[in-house]
Each structure stands twice: as C-alpha cells, then as structure tokens.
Design a protein. Structure first.
Length: 160
C-alpha cells in the first residue's frame, strides 16, 4: 500500500464510480490505489476486505493520546468509522457512493499504547439509500474487546 502525497494521487470520481465498492476496496488492499491519508497520521492500515466485512489493523502511540496520556477516544472513533463505513462500501454497486451519516462508539476498556488492534466492520444492511453496520476493536494478539460501534451511512447514486 502506498500513501498519496497530494490529491492528484487519489483516484478520480470517474474511476471510483466505474467500480463497485467491493472492487474499489479490493484495489486499495492490493495497493493499486493509495491508502487514506488519515491512516498515516493515525497509524493504521487496511488489513482485509470481504463482501460486507472490512478490517483495519493499527497501533496507538504517544501522538494519539489525550491530556491524561491515554489513547484518545477519537482514535477509537476513527478506526470504527473507517471499518464500519468501508464494510457498507463493499455492498454498494457501480455508479454509487456513500458517506457516513452518523456513528456511535462504546469504549469498553483502554487500549494501552503500543497494543496492536484489529478494527472490524460488518455490514448489516445496504439498501437503495441507507447502509447500516456494526464494528468492534479487539486486541490483535489477546482478542480482548476494547470498543464497539454502529453506523448509518447514506448511499447515493451519481447523476449523469
């Protein structure tokens, strides 16, 4: 996977709309498209893509802490938003796109800095105009549950 250094290195709208969401996510996993720039700053990468299921792998470090030195809740939220919304994306057809409408995060326990986690999203529904998914963050080695989440996405069809 490579990282885009400018907007010009990201796929254009026509390229994205010519593919299903699953095809697009698989292309990112294969390294044909750049990983999301935010994933560099927050130290996570796309780990797996299946129809209706997407996982990211990441490790919080000191740059992701709150003023008390713990992993910031926004780090959990970003990882869950990414995996859940991308799980919905795997269900959208060619010519469509999506955006997160809302998401909710439940923190179960603190993720110690330096602990590798896997954030997995599962699409529960993807219809004509909405998608719903849930997700979880678990320790990559110990499988401990650190957080859960749910999301609703808006699915839209491009106009010609």
């Amino acid at each position: 996977m490579f990282t885009a250094k400018s907007p010009d290195e990201l796929p254009d709208t026509a390229t994205m709309l010519a593919m299903s969401g699953l095809e697009f996510m698989q292309a990112v996993l294969r390294g044909e498209f750049a990983r999301p720039p935010i994933s560099v700053a927050l130290n996570y990468t796309l780990d797996s893509v299946k129809d209706g299921e997407v996982a990211f792998r990441g490790t919080p470090d000191f740059s992701h802490t709150n003023p008390m030195g713990g992993t910031h809740g926004g780090w959990y939220g970003t990882l869950l938003d990414s995996c859940m919304a991308c799980a919905v994306m795997t269900k959208i057809p060619r010519g469509s796109y999506y955006t997160t409408l809302e998401y909710k995060v439940n923190l179960v326990r603190a993720i110690p800095l330096g602990t590798e986690i896997v954030a997995t999203g599962y699409s529960d529904h993807a219809g004509r105009s909405t998608g719903v998914a849930h997700g979880e963050i678990r320790g990559a080695l110990d499988k401990k549950l650190y957080a859960t989440g749910s999301t609703t996405c808006l699915i839209m069809t491009a106009r010609s």
